[in-house]
Design a protein around this ligand. Structure first.
Ligand code: K2U
Ligand code: ZN
Length: 176
């Protein structure tokens, strides 16, 4: 397994729409294993494939606790088939692609998710709490959406300027 480099704002690839996975191949299995190693190393509780430069609709999450241990979940071709419209949850979010920046984001408190698992089986789960927040954050990544897109224009432009300036300082350039 390999720890992969994580794309950072303003890398324009973070704005790509990721492509569905047709079949679960050994290449996808290796990608998922590398994504989990990369996520645990960061450390993070979620990671979308586009964050390691692969524009495929694959994400991994683990909201397991230190006490209860790891609870890894691989999600391929996710589809939110229902989201609560009468219950919302505010959580302080960060992003491994926008390091050391945290802001509160409000999202539906509960979702029902249909996805393909690593065995290629279609599954449906209901999620609430941090898992619901994390899954919505990662699915946003697959659609080229970053959590800063849920903030005010002022806050979003301020953080974009900060990361564009930092990228220029090290010669990375580009706009996300
Ligand atoms: O997608 C990512 O960049 C990983 C995110 C996942 C996340 C999901 C929901 C709420 C916040 C973040 C994080 O960087 S993982 C680290 C983390 C965990 C909890 C709160 C803030 C940051
Ligand atoms: Zn993120």
């Amino acid at each position: 397994m390999t720890i992969l480099p994580i794309l950072v704002l303003p890398d324009p690839r973070l704005r790509l729409i990721s492509e569905p996975v047709a079949t679960v191949t050994d290449e996808i299995r290796t990608l998922v294993a590398d994504m989990f190693e990369t996520m645990y190393d960061a450390p993070g509780i979620g990671l979308a494939a586009i964050q390691v430069g692969v524009a495929k609709r694959v994400l991994v999450v683990d909201v397991g606790s230190r006490e209860e241990g790891r609870d890894p979940l691989t999600v391929i071709n996710p589809e939110i088939v229902w989201a609560s419209d009468d219950a919302f949850r505010v959580h302080q979010e960060g992003c491994l692609s926008i390091p050391e920046y945290y802001e509160e984001v409000e999202r539906p408190a509960r979702i029902r998710l249909r996805y393909m698992d690593l065995e290629g089986e279609t599954r449906e789960i209901e999620a609430d709490g941090l898992l619901a927040t994390c899954l919505q954050h990662e699915i946003d990544h697959l659609n080229g959406v970053l959590f800063i897109d849920h903030l005010s224009r002022l806050k979003r432009e301020r953080v974009n300027r900060k990361f564009v300036k930092a990228a220029r300082a090290v010669g990375r350039g580009g706009e996300a």
